[in-house]
Write a protein that binds this ligand. Structure first.
Ligand code: URA
Length: 200
């Protein structure tokens, strides 16, 4: 798929969503290895992300970083991206049209990274990929296949990291899903320990 306004995995210019062009200060592209085995998908950039040009750099990002560290992973080991790449005004949810305008960029990124598992952080990305209504609190930890462009992808539903800030009782469920993601991708502490042993 050729896209003249993409440079590899990065969207360089786009003006498809007038309200987002107005509210953004930049396009926030995904970050992390181009061959990551886990890809995290958020909703869209917030104020911090818009300012720094990187997904999940605010408080939600710290929650994600901590949970990754607990399973022996670093932010630099995973791909992190969003359903829309421009900050919506007043942090509102992206509209159906905005999600669909950005869909091709997302599909291309997922296609090229080719992760073993896509982890949807919260309701908006879960519903966007599974194309149905999702009760994230109930469905966190469930894995299903989603059609993305030409291919089918394994999708793991996860709470949004910010949910753990509003409600501490959600923290364990969030951490458990991150652990599950590492296991499904074969990069958990346990599996990497085994492959390291095999190297000797
Ligand atoms: N929340 C999201 O969904 N995405 C970000 O990049 C940051 C916070």
């Amino acid at each position: 798929m050729e896209m003249e306004n993409m440079d590899g995995l990065c969207v360089t210019d786009c003006e498809r969503c007038p309200a987002l062009v107005e509210s953004r200060s930049r396009i926030v592209n995904g970050t992390g290895p181009e061959d990551a085995s886990i890809l995290f998908l958020g909703e869209g950039p917030g104020a911090n992300e818009d300012e720094q040009g990187e997904p999940f750099v605010g408080r939600s990002g710290s929650v994600l970083d901590d949970a990754l560290r607990d399973v022996g992973l670093a932010r630099a080991d995973v791909r992190i991206t969003n359903c829309v790449r421009c900050r919506p005004p007043e942090n509102r949810d992206p509209t159906k049209e905005e999600l669909s305008n950005c869909r091709g960029y997302l599909e291309r990124e997922i296609d090229l990274v080719d992760p073993d598992i896509v982890v949807t952080l919260g309701k908006v990305p879960s519903q966007h990929l599974l194309d149905r209504s999702v009760a994230v609190t109930k469905e966190a930890g469930s894995v299903s296949d989603a059609r993305l462009g030409e291919s089918s992808r394994r999708v793991l539903v996860c709470l949004h990291p910010a949910a753990t800030l509003y409600d501490r009782s959600q923290k364990e469920a969030f951490e458990e899903t991150i652990r599950q993601a590492a296991e499904l991708a074969g990069v958990s502490d346990e599996s990497s320990g085994q492959s390291r042993l095999g190297d000797y």
